[in-house]
Design a protein around this ligand. Structure first.
Ligand code: CAA
Length: 440
């Protein structure tokens, strides 16, 4: 059977950096450890004045096509996932294709273009669309480009302000992929929720505390749904579990919840029984609140065990390395988490070919999706080609005054024009409305 999955990936970060413990915390009057230890973030990527979702997406896609030696005729589909779109009609993928057509002799007239919106899960949904298109045999031998691009900015003073970020991930989806094969099995957890929304507004209205609970509830449902077709999952089955990462502290909660679920009725629960007892079973309680309290106590004990901490350090923590430095990229975030673990594998010279990933995506509003991926033989070469470390090191470190000015410049309700803080080192820059993503 044909294998379909991600053949190659490129990451494009916003060119500015906001230091959370050093610059943000003092202004907020908060302990820096709230950000570094609590939320798990050191910094966020921020777009310079000449960057937006189109230029970041087009720059990532161009790097991808150039590195893989692709021409427009090799691409049958360009899908953009974003929750930062500025046009309610024309999809961002048409703007991106317009940029790319300035570089290539051929054009993308033959390519299907679309835009996916469902908060942060849209990047994975676009991946699924491309997978289905190829599996259905409609691709005529061509590959798809999926771009997840966002400027994840919050209103000044919003609790989410510490979790901002900006960047794009471009992925090439094809037959016989070099990086990962996607599983046919998927699980979903979806419900009509209002944890995070943007009804015709640039900055989101967020019920932050509730959004954390909704994330966990939908993720648990998605895992159960996945298991209903793929069979029960075991913690040792997956080399890594990349989750959607709005901030690493969120993934700490998701990891613990997933582990508790996966060890139920396994030898791990048996081994831990002497130390912390067995998990409470709902059927043993008449009172729902008493059951919840017993479960909370069990989770608190589980979190402290060496068995859990070793598993977390091995399976989840390496997914968070990039996220700690870039913040939330919304649609790109789970794809940054995947790149992070594969980078970890490369840096530690691990033999990952054939290993499995369990990928947990989430979008507010709300939906979670779980699917598995198998790492392919060409992963080393693909990941070695990423220049994300160089990009991160080249970011300009914002002072507080810079940050206030840049945030205003990106606020569509304000008419603020500023000098860029960095010199563009990119194929495409934003040069004003009507001249979107012009070549520099
Ligand atoms: N040292 C160590 N830890 C500290 C600390 C200190 N000095 N001070 C606080 N902390 C810890 C807190 O205990 C807390 O950890 P736990 O949740 O594990 O208890 C953590 O730091 C954060 O502290 P607060 O809860 O007090 O932080 P807050 O209320 O200011 O903001 C938030 C937290 C509500 C999540 C906010 O960041 C937010 O609104 N974020 C945007 C929404 C979001 O990202 N939601 C995630 C799920 S929705 C989603 O995933 C979609 C999406 O991308 C947006």
């Amino acid at each position: 059977m044909t294998t379909v999955g991600i053949d190659a990936v490129e990451i494009w970060t916003g060119n500015l950096k906001l230091d959370l413990p050093g610059t943000f915390a003092p202004q907020m009057g908060e302990d820096p450890e709230k950000y570094t230890k609590g939320l798990g973030l050191n910094a966020s990527s921020f777009p310079d004045s000449y960057e937006d979702i189109v230029t970041m997406g087009a720059n990532a896609a161009y790097r991808l096509m150039d590195r893989k030696g692709l021409e427009p005729e090799d691409i049958g589909r360009i899908d953009v996932a974003t929750e930062s779109a500025f046009d309610n009609s024309k999809p961002v993928s048409t703007y991106v294709a317009g940029c790319l057509e300035q570089v290539y002799e051929g054009d993308f007239h033959h390519a299907n273009k679309g835009e996916r919106k469902f908060a942060c899960i849209a990047g994975t949904q676009s991946l699924d669309d491309a997978y289905n298109w190829i599996k259905a045999g409609r691709h005529r031998g061509r590959a798809a480009i999926v771009i997840a691009t966002d400027t994840a900015l919050y209103a000044r003073g919003d609790a989410g302000e510490a979790t901002q970020g900006a960047g794009a991930v471009a992925m090439l989806i094809s037959e016989d992929p070099s990086l990962v094969e996607l599983s046919i099995e998927q699980g979903y957890g979806s419900a009509d929720e209002t944890d995070f929304l943007k009804p015709n507004q640039q900055f989101p209205s967020v019920d932050g505390k509730r959004s954390v609970q909704v994330y966990l509830a939908r993720m648990r449902e998605a895992l159960e749904d996945f298991e209903s077709i793929a069979g029960d999952s075991h913690p040792d089955q997956y080399a890594y579990i990349p989750f959607h990462t709005p901030f690493p502290g969120m993934v700490r909660k998701a990891g613990l919840l997933g582990y508790r679920h996966m060890i139920r009725d396994t030898e791990i629960e048996d081994e831990l029984a002497a130390e912390i007892g067995r998990q409470p079973r709902a059927e043993a309680f008449d009172d729902e609140e008493a059951f919840r309290e017993a479960l909370r106590e069990y989770m608190d004990s589980l979190k402290e065990t060496e068995t859990y901490q070793d598993w977390y350090a091995k399976t989840i923590d390496p997914t968070l390395t990039l996220s700690r430095e870039v913040g939330n990229w919304y649609t790109g975030s789970v794809h940054v988490a995947r790149a992070s673990v594969l980078k970890h594998g490369l840096e530690n010279d691990l033999d990952l070919t054939g290993s499995k990933l369990l990928v947990g995506s989430y979008g507010s509003g709300a939906e979670a999706e779980i699917h598995a991926e198998t790492i392919q033989e060409g992963w080393r070469e693909e990941i070695a080609a990423l220049n994300v470390d160089e990009q991160l090191a080249a970011r300009y470190d914002l002072t507080w005054d810079d940050y206030e000015e840049i945030h205003d410049a990106h606020n569509h309700d304000m008419d603020v024009d500023i000098e860029p803080r960095t010199t563009p080192d990119a194929e495409f820059v934003f040069d004003g409305w009507g001249r979107m993503g012009e070549r520099k």
